[in-house]
Structures are given as structure tokens and as C-alpha cells.
Design a protein around this ligand. Structure first.
Ligand SMILES: O=P(O)(O)O[C@@H]1C[C@H](O)[C@@H](CO)O1
Length: 292
């Protein structure tokens, strides 16, 4: 059995209230930085930053390339919050704990979540450095029952059985494609399906071949759990993968996946990622609320 650590509404509320008392920024957009992509937070103006260790109920970052800071500020005039460092299953946290920030953001009034990650390219047409707009996911830990919504459902967050066929907002996908084309990124802009595994070991050759056959274009160790929780509480989601390495699919290959290559590719693409995310935030329509 997986640990039952359903995130308590009161704890999430207490953290949201604590953060609201520390900063006057009321973010509408949350950005989650993938491995080595913490530079995305540098785009924010008038920053107010907190170390995760100082935030009540927050887990700690333990992975190189994930600084462990929550940064508030404005991006193109829009109030935002940026997670400089996310949490992964392989760090030993319960799946409910690694997704806790999504619930806190929702209680703070965030409407849109932008998630980024580093991933291995399964699609043979993909190159290292490609940016893949995620259109769908395959949740392998979920197949085994490890889903962040496991446990009693709290209706104050969302419904018991949330739909996932519309997890990735189609308008934002199109907008990101347009933004990428306008920036001249067409040569390295892709769309595809992201598959999450538990990690921390990288995949075997047989696993990569299987995942590719299952319809995945990229493989990683994050994002999907956050997407499920963000959608459960009604936030709009956009996500992208940076293809930091090619998945090894061939027994003759000498290539070996490694975290150093992941961080180096993220560093090399950081300026394009920043431009893409900031232009997307600039151009996205605010969510229209219907008053009944
Ligand atoms: O947080 P992300 O998904 O970007 O991190 C990926 C998956 C592992 O944490 C790490 C492997 O290099 O990068």
C-alpha cells in the first residue's frame, strides 16, 4: 500500500494564509521550474522570495538543479509565483506531499499553472534541445494505484473522479505554438505525449522501447502528479518538456542518460525557455468567470 497522507485542507489553507500575510502579490499564474530551469524565476520583477524550509508544511528540495525557493513577483505586469525547484516521488515524499503546492496555489487564487520539466526523447524525430508542448500524458505510477488523489476526497478541492481528457488546455497549447513560431523557434518546437515514471533510475533500453510503443514521445519523473492535482482543483494547465537527452533505444548505442547532461541542456536552452514562457504569460487571456 502507498502511504495515506491525504493533504489536509486546513494545512493547505494555513500555508496559503501564511504566504498571503508575507507578500501583497496575489498570483494568478504559477510556474514550476524543471531540472536546471530555475532561471525562469529570474524573469519576475519586484521579487519576494522564500526558502522552502521557512514555509509552513512545505517539503524541501533535495535534487541538484532545484534550488528550493518560492518566488513571487510580476511577469509582464501579471502577478505570478514561481517554484524554483519541485518535488519528485523518488525523493521519498508521499505523492500527496509533492503535489501540495498546487493546492496551496489554488487557495491563493492562482488560475493557471505552467509546468516545465526535463525529459528524455523517445520520439526518434526529436533532438536534444527540442521543446515539446505536452498535449497528453501516460501516468505509469497511476497504473499501479499511486495517484495523488488516492485517499478520502475533500470536495472543497474538487470532485472524486476528475476528468483528464482535457488536462492540457488546448487554447494555451495553440498559443504556445504561435508564440514559439513568432520567436523563430519552429525548428525545435514539438508537440507530444509525456510519460511519467517513478525514477530515480533512468530507463532501460527495453523500457524505452515499450514506452515508445505505448505512444509516449518523452519520458520523465515529474509533472503528471502536479497536473492531476491542479486539474482536480480547477486550475488551467499548460506544460512543456525540454528534451535534455535522447532516450537510449538501441543496444549498440554508447550513450548513457545522466543528470549532468540534463542540467547542461537546460542551461543551454534557458534563454529561449524564458522568452517562450514570458511571451505566453503576456499573451494568455485571463480566465473568464461566469457569474450565476
Ligand atoms: O523536475 P524534472 O522533471 O525536470 O526533473 C527531471 C527528472 C529527474 O528529476 C531529473 C533527471 O535528470 O530531471
Amino acid at each position: 500500500m502507498f502511504p495515506d497522507s491525504s493533504t489536509c485542507y486546513e494545512d493547505c489553507k494555513a500555508t496559503a494564509e501564511w504566504l498571503k500575510a508575507q507578500t501583497s502579490v496575489r498570483p494568478l499564474v504559477a510556474i514550476v521550474c524543471g531540472s536546471g530551469m530555475g532561471g525562469l524565476a529570474d524573469m519576475l520583477k519586484d521579487q519576494v522570495a522564500f526558502n522552502y524550509k521557512d514555509i509552513p508544511n512545505f517539503p524541501q528540495s533535495t535534487v541538484h538543479g532545484h534550488a528550493g525557493r518560492l518566488v513571487f513577483g510580476t511577469l509582464k505586469g501579471r502577478p505570478c509565483v514561481c517554484m524554483q525547484g519541485r518535488f519528485h516521488l523518488y525523493e521519498g515524499y508521499a505523492i500527496q506531499k509533492i503535489t501540495l503546492p498546487m493546492r496551496i496555489f489554488s487557495l491563493m487564487g492562482v488560475e493557471t499553472v505552467i509546468l516545465t520539466n526535463a525529459a528524455g526523447g523517445l520520439n526518434q524525430d526529436f533532438k536534444v534541445g527540442d521543446i515539446m508542448i505536452i498535449k497528453d500524458h501516460v501516468n505509469i505510477p497511476g497504473f499501479a494505484g499511486n495517484n495523488p488523489l488516492t485517499g478520502p476526497n475533500d470536495d472543497r478541492f474538487g470532485v472524486r473522479f476528475p476528468c483528464m481528457s482535457d488536462a492540457y488546455d488546448r487554447d494555451l497549447q495553440q498559443l504556445a505554438l504561435d508564440v514559439g513560431q513568432e520567436l523563430g523557434y519552429g525548428d525545435f518546437l514539438r508537440e507530444g505525449v509525456y510519460c511519467v515514471l517513478g525514477g530515480p533510475s533512468f530507463e532501460t533500453i527495453a523500457e524505452c522501447r515499450m514506452l515508445h510503443k505505448l505512444g509516449a514521445d518523452a519520458v520523465g519523473m515529474s509533472t503528471v502528479h502536479e497536473v492531476i492535482v491542479a486539474r482536480h482543483c480547477g486550475m488551467r494547465v499548460f506544460a512543456l518538456s525540454l528534451i535534455t537527452n535522447k532516450s537510449v533505444m538501441d543496444y549498440d548505442s554508447e550513450e548513457k542518460a545522466n543528470h549532468e547532461e540534463v542540467l547542461e541542456t537546460s542551461r543551454l536552452r534557458s534563454s529561449q525557455l524564458q522568452k517562450m514562457v514570458s511571451n505566453l504569460v503576456n499573451k494568455m487571456e485571463p480566465i473568464k468567470h461566469t457569474n450565476f
